[in-house]
Design a protein. Structure first.
Length: 430
C-alpha cells in the first residue's frame, strides 16, 4: 500500500537533508508526489521557501510546479510514509567517518516512524552502516521492529555538483532493500523520477559498497596521475603530452592529475578503509593513493617556491595571486577545498597570498578557513596560480597573465588549462 499511497498523494514522501544531494531529490519527487522537504537549519528553509537554492546548484525555475512543503519542524514529518535520508557524512580530523548528521537524522526519522513506513538512506557510508548503526536508532526511537513494522533500503547518491548533464533523472540509480518486497517498492518509487531506470542490488551492503568503490576507483586513478606528474617533472617532460600520447591506445583510461577535494572522492575511500581496518585488513593501496592526493597542495606550493627562488625572487617579500578556491570548477562550495593547502603552505613561508574566485562566497570562505577573498587582483604579483578552472577563467590569454605579473613573475597552472598557449612566461603545470 505504501507505493499506492504515495502515487495517490494520500501520504507524502519526506526528504531529510536539503543540501546539494537532498534538494534535487526532493524537487524531482515533488513533480510527481506530495513531498515534505526537511532540514534542521531554519535559515536554509527560509531561502528554499523563496525558491532559492543555498548551494547555488538549482535555479528558481526548478522549484516551479513542485508539490513540496519545506520545514524544519520535526512534527511535520509525522505525515510521511516514505523517508529518504540525504545528510552529509564527512570525515573528522583523523580521517575517521563522522556519522553525527546521519545518526541524528535516523533519530529524527525514528520519532515519526509508523507501522508500514519505509526509510531509504542515500548518505555515503561504509558497508554495514545502515544495518549496524542506523536501524537500531530507528527501532529505539520508534519502538517498532525492523523488518516487521517498517522496512529499510539504501540507494547511494550519484549527484555531481556543477554537472548539468549527469543529473538525478538520467543516471542509473542503484537501489536495495532489506527483503524482496522492500526492494520492489524502493525500485518502483525511484523509477518515478529516474528516466533511465534503476539497478537492483542484491543487498543493502552491496549498494553501500557500490558508492564507496566508485569514488575510491577515481581517487586511486588520480593518485596515479599525480605520482606520474611528480616523476615526469623530474624527468623534464610534460605530463599532459605523455597522457595524450598514451590515450591513443584503445584501453587507456583517461584521468588527469590535480587537487582532490570535495565531499566524495577525497572522503569516501576513508569510509572503506575504516571498515577494512576494523575487519583486520590493512588497505595499503587505497591509503597510499589517499596519501598522495592529500599531499598535492603542499607539492604545488613548494614547486612554486622553487621556481620563485630560481627566478631570484625574495621569498618573504613575494606576493602570489591564487585564482579559484572552490573544491572544483563552476561551483560555489568551498568545503574541503585542497586549494587551501596550497595557500597555507605558501603562508608558512611568509608569502603574502591574495585569493579571488568567480563563484565562491567570501563570507563562506572566511567562515570555513579564516581566509579572505578579494574582489579583483590589486597589483602585480611574483606568481599567479590558476587553481580552479572556472569558466570565467578560460577565455584569457598570455597577455592577461603577463599583466598580472612582475618582471620576475611565474605562472602556475595546476590543471594545465593554458599549457599550449603560454609561450614567453615562466610556466608550470602538473
Amino acid at each position: 500500500m505504501t507505493y499506492e499511497n504515495l502515487t495517490g498523494k494520500k501520504s507524502p514522501l519526506a526528504v531529510i537533508g536539503l543540501g546539494y544531494v537532498g534538494l534535487p531529490v526532493a524537487l524531482a519527487f515533488a513533480k510527481k508526489l506530495k513531498v515534505i522537504g526537511f532540514d534542521i537549519k531554519p535559515e536554509r528553509i527560509a531561502l528554499l521557501k523563496k525558491n532559492t537554492d543555498p548551494s547555488n546548484e538549482l535555479e528558481s525555475a526548478d522549484f516551479i510546479d513542485c508539490d513540496i512543503k519545506f520545514t524544519h519542524l520535526q512534527s511535520d514529518l509525522n505525515e510521511a510514509s516514505f523517508y529518504i535520508v540525504a545528510v552529509p557524512t564527512p570525515i573528522d580530523e583523523y580521517n575517521q567517518p563522522d556519522l553525527t548528521a546521519l545518526l541524528g537524522a535516523s533519530s529524527t526519522v525514528g520519532k515519526s516512524l509508523k507501522k508500514g513506513d519505509y526509510v531509504v538512506f542515500e548518505s555515503t557510508v561504509f558497508p554495514g552502516c545502515t544495518e549496524e548503526k542506523c536501524i537500531p536508532i530507528l527501532e529505539l526511537e520508534s519502538g517498532l521492529k525492523f523488518g516487521i513494522d517498517f522496512k529499510v533500503g539504501y540507494s547511494p547518491e550519484r549527484i555531481n555538483p556543477g554537472d548539468k548533464e549527469h543529473t538525478l533523472v538520467n543516471v542509473t540509480k542503484v537501489v536495495s532493500g532489506c527483503d524482496e518486497e522492500s526492494l520492489d517498492v524502493v525500485a518502483k518509487v525511484y523509477e518515478l523520477v529516474v528516466k533511465v531506470g534503476v539497478h537492483r542490488a542484491s543487498s543493502i551492503k552491496v549498494a553501500e559498497a557500490t558508492k564507496v568503490i566508485e569514488n575510491t576507483q577515481r581517487d586511486l586513478n588520480i593518485a596515479l596521475m599525480n605520482e606520474l606528474s611528480m616523476i615526469f617533472d623530474r624527468i623534464g617532460i610534460n605530463t599532459y603530452e605523455v597522457l595524450e600520447a598514451a590515450a591513443t591506445k584503445w584501453n587507456f583510461l583517461k584521468f588527469t592529475p590535480g587537487l582532490v577535494g570535495g565531499h566524495c572522492i577525497g572522503v569516501d575511500p576513508y569510509y572503506l578503509t575504516y571498515k577494512s581496518t576494523n575487519l583486520g585488513h590493512n588497505p595499503k593501496v587505497i591509503l597510499s593513493g589517499r596519501e598522495i592526493n592529500d599531499s598535492m597542495g603542499v607539492y604545488v606550493a613548494r614547486k612554486t617556491i622553487r621556481m620563485l627562488t630560481a627566478n631570484k625572487v625574495d621569498i618573504p617579500k613575494a606576493r602570489i595571486l591564487v585564482m579559484g578556491v572552490t573544491f572544483k570548477e563552476n561551483v560555489s562550495d568551498v568545503r574541503n577545498s585542497k586549494v587551501v593547502d596550497v595557500i597555507r603552505e605558501l603562508n608558512s613561508f611568509n608569502i603574502h597570498v591574495d585569493t579571488i574566485d568567480a563563484h565562491a562566497n567570501a563570507e563562506d570562505f572566511y567562515h570555513e578557513y579564516k581566509l579572505q577573498l578579494i574582489e579583483k587582483p590589486q597589483h602585480r604579483y611574483q606568481g599567479v596560480i590558476l587553481a580552479v578552472s572556472h569558466k570565467e577563467y578560460l577565455d584569457k590569454d598570455e597577455a592577461y597573465f603577463a599583466n598580472l605579473l612582475s618582471e620576475d613573475g611565474i605562472f602556475i597552472d595546476i590543471k594545465g588549462t593554458y599549457r599550449t598557449q603560454i609561450k614567453k612566461l615562466p610556466y608550470w603545470c602538473l
